[in-house]
Design a protein around this ligand. Structure first.
Ligand SMILES: [Zn+2]
Length: 502
């Protein structure tokens, strides 16, 4: 019997000796008579006085909380127990089993699963229910948790819209990305280190995540994935889940050797075959992927928290850096990108010089051009059927509108081009002269992505000069060209429609 407010046991009514031998004996005894042991706490209200206890009228005031019950293997027995509990909860105030809150979820395990008819349980026969925020489901817990997480993360995104987290015209990319990392990512990956989603489910969450980053960076949805990661400096969601899972294993390895988790880990790692569905084996496979070998040794000689995290971080970062860089080299659209992936830092192309809205507005155009996502006449033509759209520049009608034509050659844009371009040439030659480059410098590459020629590790001052002086000029040039082009195109459209009206 425990007190209602403190849940402390009342020694006065503590009659049964609670030891393992005692309990085992009791269990054996009940088995003989086909009964089950039920361990429960009787909650005693504080208002109840010793005098009340003398009369049986006090009974309705007690509450019973079932703590442990040995779980029968046969569905019929289980059903009988549920029925009894249900009847009690309906009939009197004795049992705190809430028919609306309690659910029965038949869980499939690899070994046994009982086929039962619909409506058999007579208690809320739901397919899924949440327990400490993780969705448990009879078919696929990972799927329902992922769906729930996406839903929650989406509402968190909406709530952050007020602060300016909406891509175009909002906060600058650096702040937006760190907002995502701080507020959205934990919601999106909550509980997934335990469920380790795979295949289609993992794909769903990763598509959603990439879509949000693209929207924040004002990129089109068809931009190559590796560009999303190199520009934002974020890890793919798969890697984030792996970091969490392997860190959780680190926590278990540091736990006390008597703890259930540690003993489970020891047992599973020794006994289970490599194709098992055990969480520990899945984590072991993950670790092999990242070249962290022999988890069992780490279990017996655990690293400190700091050392483990450092190891995991470096291994996972190495793996994904090389993977993403390799991928990005394979895309023809990313030929102007510099194929550098600094995890945790936003690419300098996407960082605005100041928090001024005027500066921030120039970034989307800049990013679209450097990921070759800026739609010019030649792009339109290559996607049109039957050559319906001509690739010729609409402004001057003299040549095909390629990136080179748009940035350097088109005569109609001359006015917007010449002042910033001469500045770029002056400063660019001054800055780049400081780095000894053996390869020739391509002007178009310099304008689209000057960071190709400078390495932050090789020469820091040159890198800073590039990002503070050269990059804003290039950005200004592209922004001017973009505005001029659209103004001219709008004029042409107006004239066209006027003609057709006559
Ligand atoms: Zn032109």
């Amino acid at each position: 019997m425990v007190w209602e407010d403190s849940l402390k046991e009342d020694p006065q009514y503590h009659t049964r000796d609670f030891t393992w031998t005692n309990l085992a004996g009791l269990n054996r005894l009940t088995e003989q008579v086909s009964k089950e042991v039920l361990i429960c706490h009787v909650i005693r209200p504080n208002s109840l006085t010793e005098e009340d206890l003398l009369s049986p009228k006090c009974i309705p005031q007690f509450k019973v909380k079932i703590s442990i019950r040995t779980w029968p293997n046969k569905p019929l027995e289980l059903q009988t127990m549920i029925n009894i509990a249900l009847d009690f909860s309906k009939g009197g105030e004795y049992l705190s089993l809430q028919p609306t809150k309690s659910v029965v979820i038949p869980v499939k395990t690899c070994r046994k699963f009982y086929e039962i008819e619909d409506g058999f349980w007579k208690l809320n026969g739901k397919n899924n229910a949440s327990h400490i925020g993780i969705q448990k489901s009879d078919i696929n817990s990972a799927e329902s948790t992922v769906n729930e997480n996406i839903k929650k993360a989406r509402s968190a995104m909406y709530s952050l819209m007020g602060t300016g987290l909406h891509g175009e015209n909002g906060l600058d990319s650096k702040t937006s990305i760190s907002l995502i990392r701080t507020y959205i990512l934990p919601i999106l990956t909550y509980g997934l280190e335990i469920l380790l989603p795979k295949g289609k489910i993992l794909n769903n969450i990763s598509i959603q995540y990439k879509k949000w980053i693209k929207q924040i960076l004002s990129l089109n949805s068809n931009v190559a994935d590796s560009a999303v990661y190199t520009l934002s400096g974020l890890l793919p969601i798969e890697a984030e889940i792996h970091v969490k899972a392997i860190n959780l294993f680190g926590n278990i390895s540091r736990a006390n050797c008597d703890s259930i988790e540690w003993r489970l880990a020891e047992r599973q790692l020794q006994i289970k075959p490599h194709n098992s569905c055990s969480w520990f084996i899945e984590v072991k496979e993950l670790c092999l992927k990242y070249e962290i070998n022999d988890l069992y040794a780490y279990l017996n000689n655990p690293l400190s928290k700091f050392q483990w995290k450092k190891l995991v971080k470096s291994k996972i970062h190495d793996y994904w850096t090389s993977k993403i860089i390799d991928e990005s080299k394979g895309y023809s659209t990313l030929k102007f990108m510099d194929h550098k992936y600094n995890i945790g830092s936003v690419h300098p192309l996407a960082i605005s010089v100041s928090a001024n809205l005027k500066d921030i507005r120039k970034i989307p155009v800049r990013l679209k051009i450097s990921t070759r996502n800026y739609i010019l006449q030649t792009h339109k033509a290559s996607f049109s059927k039957n050559n319906y759209i001509s690739p010729t520049c609409k402004l001057c009608s003299k040549a095909h509108e390629t990136v080179e034509h748009f940035i350097l050659l088109c005569e109609k844009l001359e006015e917007a081009r010449i002042p910033p371009l001469s500045k770029i040439l002056d400063n660019g030659s001054l800055i780049l002269a400081k780095v000894a480059t053996s390869f020739p410098i391509d002007l178009i590459q310099l304008i689209i992505n000057p960071f190709c020629y400078v390495d932050i590790n090789a020469n820091r001052t040159v890198f800073e000069e590039t990002s503070n002086i050269l990059e804003p000029m290039c950005r200004q040039l592209l922004y001017n060209l973009h505005n001029k082009r659209y103004a001219l195109l709008a004029n042409i459209d107006k004239q066209g429609s006027r003609k057709s009206n006559f």
